[in-house]
Design a protein around this ligand. Sequence first.
Ligand code: SF4
Length: 476
Amino acid sequence: MTVVSVKDRIVNAVTRLSADEERLISSLRKVAHWGKSIAPARGYRDQCARLEWAIDNDHASIGLVRRMVAGCNENCMRSVARLFVEHTWEGYRRRQRFEAEHGIGVPSFIVISPLARCNLNCVGCYAGAYGDKEPFLSYEDMERLVDEARGWGGRFVTITGGEPTMFWERFPGDSRGLRDFFRQYADTMFLMYTNGTLIDDEMAAEMAELGNVSPAISVEGFREQTDERRGEGVFDKVMAAMDALREHRVMFGASVTYTSRNWQTVTTDEFLDMLIDRGCMYTWYFMYVPVGRAPDLSLVVTPEQRAEVARTTWRWLNTRPIFVADFWNSGAITKGCIAAGTSGGYMHITHRGDICPCVFMMYSAHNIHDTDSDTPLLDAIQSDFFANIREGQRDKQNNPLAPCQIVDHPEVLKAAVEATAAHDTQEGQLILTDLHEEVAERAEQWREIADEMWTQSGVYAGFRDTYSDDGWLLPG
Ligand code: SF4
């Protein structure tokens, strides 16, 4: 007789519930009502209170829940339910143990770039023009990283690149590919950034069957903007990929890089409506930052344009049935920067094995290939370099809308790199050298705008209250 664990029973029950939107929403409300009083941590209690409020006020996020029930198959909903149960239950206990043992918080997820190769050559891509000779992470390297993160309760992994679907069927020299990897770690959720051009009906069907991989497809606007940056014909391929994923009821989203050229297009309601109509459940907005090879300052948005994007994405978050995350401007939600393995944050492992504080912070003092350690990620978290970055997060930031040591406090990153053994992980970077002065000047302009937004705007009032005892900038 098969014995089903309590945890699996809960996952099964939540998955069954997710087939009926009214029962799901009324059950979520009961859990939120109960959790806002008795959840073990303040963060959970606040989230429960917010969820209860959202349901009672039919907030846009509840519209998203309804869309997910209609648009995602049972395997995807099971993976979401499992992530929720694992994170709040087993994950919570593991995180408590980790903190007690090591005296530092636990990152919530890791980002892995198995390869730098790509079938496209987009303007301004930080991955740059790597050739086929670049190293890549093997299947075993990936196992080593994910196993370590799972040891501290991590059940969420982001895969990026290069173009990860190039390894979908098999890693070079291996009979196994990413699809096998996702199947092997069936209780872990994978967000996979992709240009979408290799996703056909067959791959979409495999993703639907797996349920635990959610592709976030790059799109830069409508046909004109996408093809301008990514190459002719790419927009049509992206739309075809989205259609295939929608037909197979895979949970998927979009990834938008905004630059001085396309920011006006990607902040129109028409653009967001197109993503919703195509079936996207979420979209990530990334500001172009001049890192990596051949950085182009002319593509960087001005501080005023950044503020306009921030206002738009925040409005959408509260009015549209799609999850909108603006990576640099959503710092109010994450309480600032999440780099360097900070508690609840993350770190990035490159295709060469370098462990970096953040995807966009391309410096490292640890490489997984240079150590036999069973815990290379923990070693990096405890390193002087990561500690310096985390110290900078605590000491130098007083506004979660200007959280970044790359573009908002570049002098902090420069000092951390110079004070430790960290090295460039990409040749040709200029952000701490030739571009430093210009980036610092823009950072100062942005901080002025961000200070006003954070202290004066009513939309951040709830967060100001929650953070009021933590040394953040306050009104007046
Ligand atoms: S370093 Fe900057 S880009 Fe990276 S997580 Fe922190 S705020 Fe975001």
